[in-house]
Design a binder for this molecule. Structure first.
Ligand code: ZN
Length: 109
């Protein structure tokens, strides 16, 4: 097992896990239950969920996928303005098709 990414919150961890699994990289999320059990405690680097890959030999491939993801995160907002989730009211980045908080689909109407 090798830690590949520290997410800011659970939905992001699951998003990264999905990206890796699409490329055939087996991975799992750790630390999530810990932060849930501590309910109400602000997420820090110690309680934030982390993504781990099972096969260390895939580390370079996984890093490349995550580098692409991080580049997308840092990219100036060119694909559109942020949007507000119709379900929970959280502000979401333009490139996401669903809410990071409650996973409700984006309402483009
Ligand atoms: Zn939402």
């Amino acid at each position: 097992m090798k830690r590949i990414y520290s997410a800011q919150h659970s939905p992001e961890a699951y998003y990264v896990k999905g990206l890796l699994e699409e490329q055939g990289i087996a991975c799992e999320i750790r630390g999530e239950s810990l932060s849930a059990a501590q309910g109400g405690v602000p997420i820090t680097t110690e309680t934030a969920p982390t993504v781990w890959i099972r096969d260390g030999e895939q580390y370079q491939t996984a890093r490349a996928i995550i580098a692409d993801y991080e580049r997308l995160q840092r990219r100036p907002v060119s694909s559109g303005p942020t949007w507000v989730c119709p379900a929970c009211g959280e502000t979401c980045e333009a490139q996401f098709g669903q809410c990071w908080n409650c996973l409700a689909p984006r309402d483009d109407g």
